[in-house]
Write a new protein. Structure first.
Length: 155
């Protein structure tokens, strides 16, 4: 009986684990905060209907359409009116961009806003991760050191 070398079995197990990890999944607030604690998402895809978008806009979100082309450089977040719609969009994107982390938001826009607030609060408290980083220049016409630089990683 032929046996596969143990290194080959280990390699297959790692590949399977990576494939499972990269699969699109429906995530609640704690799972989203954990996933985004180290790195902000590259984009938020808004798969909600027009009435929902008008009632509760998501700033800087990309509107979902079947012909959407993106360049996922980090985690992709999908928000929709219904959990199953968010997951369907996430799975469609996963087929277009295999191996990229794509997360569907469980609970829609309310969960996403609570998640962004939690990440903002975490970065303001000096915790790891967050969505805030900007510079206040001393004078926009002067060169040199900025007056103040605010980053989520306090030191």
């Amino acid at each position: 009986m032929n046996r596969l070398p143990s290194w080959l079995l280990a390699l297959a197990a790692l590949a399977a684990a990576g494939a499972v990890q990269a699969q699109a999944g429906l995530k609640d607030k704690p799972q989203l905060v954990a996933a985004l604690a180290a790195r902000s998402p590259c984009c938020v895809i808004d798969g909600r209907g027009a009435a929902s978008r008008q009632r509760d806009a998501l700033d800087n979100a990309v509107l979902w359409r079947s012909t959407l082309e993106i360049t996922p450089t980090a985690t992709v977040i999908v928000v929709a009116d219904r959990d199953q719609d968010a997951l369907a969009i996430a799975r469609t994107l996963e087929r277009k961009y295999p191996g990229k982390p794509i997360l569907a938001v469980k609970g829609g826009v309310a969960t996403w806003k609570a998640t962004t607030f939690a990440l903002f609060a975490r970065s303001a408290d000096g915790g790891a991760g967050g969505l805030v980083s900007f510079v206040i220049p001393a004078n926009t016409c002067e060169h040199g050191k900025p007056l103040q630089e605010l980053r989520p990683d306090r030191k």
